[in-house]
Design a protein around this ligand. Structure first.
Ligand code: SF4
Length: 109
C-alpha cells in the first residue's frame, strides 16, 4: 500500500472507507514509542523493499528519538532467516542465497 508520502510499503495499512480513519505500520517493532504516519516520510524500509526482494530478509523497526528528543525517525535492523545472522547492507542482502544458485555453480566449474 502507498504511504502518505508516496512510497510503496508492504507494512503500511490504511482504511478510510465508510468513515473509518485507520492508519497503521505493521512492521514488527521493538517497543519504542507510538507510531504516527509522519514517520513514513524518512523511513528506509520502502527503499530496501524496492532494492531487495529476498524472502529470507527479516526487517525489524524501531522508533528513535533525535537531538534532544525533539525529532523521531524510524530505524531498522535486518537479519537473514536462512543464515541466521545480521545483514549489514539490507538493500544488497547478505549473499548466502547466491552460494546455492545453480547458475553460479555452473559458471565456477
Ligand atoms: S514507517 Fe516505514 S515501514 Fe512503517 S508504514 Fe511507514 S514506510 Fe512502512
Amino acid at each position: 500500500m502507498r504511504t502518505p508520502y508516496g512510497a510503496e510499503c508492504k507494512h503500511y495499512y490504511a482504511d478510510f472507507n465508510r468513515g473509518r480513519n485507520t492508519q497503521e505500520c505493521r512492521l514488527p517493532r521493538s517497543a519504542s514509542g507510538k507510531w504516527t504516519p509522519d514517520l513514513c516520510k524518512a523511513c528506509p524500509i520502502p527503499r530496501i523493499q524496492l532494492a531487495n526482494a529476498c524472502p529470507h530478509l527479516v526487517l525489524n523497526g524501531r522508533i528513535e528519538r533525535g537531538f534532544l528528543g525533539l525529532t523521531r525517525r524510524m530505524s531498522m535492523a535486518a537479519t537473514c532467516s536462512k543464515a541466521s545472522g545480521p545483514v549489514a547492507e539490507p538493500a544488497i542482502g547478505c549473499g548466502h542465497c547466491h552460494e546455492d544458485s545453480p547458475a553460479l555453480q555452473f559458471s565456477l566449474e
